[in-house]
Design a protein around this ligand. Structure first.
Ligand SMILES: Cc1cc2nc3c(=O)[nH]c(=O)nc-3n(C[C@H](O)[C@H](O)[C@H](O)COP(=O)(O)OP(=O)(O)OC[C@H]3O[C@@H](n4cnc5c(N)ncnc54)[C@H](O)[C@@H]3O)c2cc1C
Length: 157
């Protein structure tokens, strides 16, 4: 198996093709990771979110990361980490950005479902408030593992 580093362009192309990632934030030396759906565009990652621990923590410490991967087999996978800064998109200052986030996320079928369904399940009602936020990407790193042909054949066999 060979593991190659991905350049910035490859990392960003991968982010553009993906929709599910693990958002990592931290507070007082305690990390916190949750799965989220997102859309990547240029220097930003857009998310529809509910309020809760992750938003409280990112408000307090906006330095965050997002890990995204595609694991085909044990020896064939891609993993990208984007490091960046949290920014909420409240009305009315960010109306245009919110609409843009909604338009990007809205291209995906039932894009709001996971964010809102989790909260509905916990709170048992449908009066859930949500927000849009984005992460401004400061840096990315990526690794791609490519299995040797024999290894791949072995996996298939
Ligand atoms: C496939 C998938 C996609 C999702 N997409 C989105 C999305 O786009 N936007 C969005 O806002 N949410 C999404 N969620 C839900 C998300 O992962 C969080 O569960 C949710 O946002 C609540 O996070 P919170 O910090 O606000 O929770 P809080 O209710 O404040 O958390 C309280 C406690 O509950 C526990 N907890 C919370 N979430 C999880 C979890 N996922 N797994 C285990 N324990 C948990 C933690 O221990 C935490 O301390 C998605 C979940 C899945 C599985």
């Amino acid at each position: 198996m060979m593991i190659n580093e991905m350049n910035q362009e490859e990392c960003r192309a991968f982010l553009a093709s993906a929709s599910l990632g693990r958002l990592g934030c931290s507070l007082d030396n305690q990390p916190y990771v949750v799965p989220i759906y997102f859309v990547y565009e240029l220097d930003y990652i857009y998310v529809l979110s509910t309020f809760g621990q992750k938003t409280d923590w990112m408000r307090a410490n906006p330095q965050v990361c997002l890990e995204v991967d595609e694991i085909t087999t044990q020896s064939q996978w891609v993993s990208v980490i984007a490091n960046g800064r949290y920014q909420e998109l409240p009305e009315p200052q960010f109306t245009a950005e919110r609409e843009h986030a909604r338009a990007l996320l809205g291209k995906r079928y039932r894009w709001w479902q996971n964010a809102l369904a989790e909260r509905e399940l916990r709170l048992g009602n449908d009066s859930i408030t949500s927000l849009f936020f984005r992460l401004h990407i400061d840096s990315t790193t990526g690794l791609r593992a490519i299995g040797e042909p024999a290894e791949r054949d072995e996996k298939r066999g």
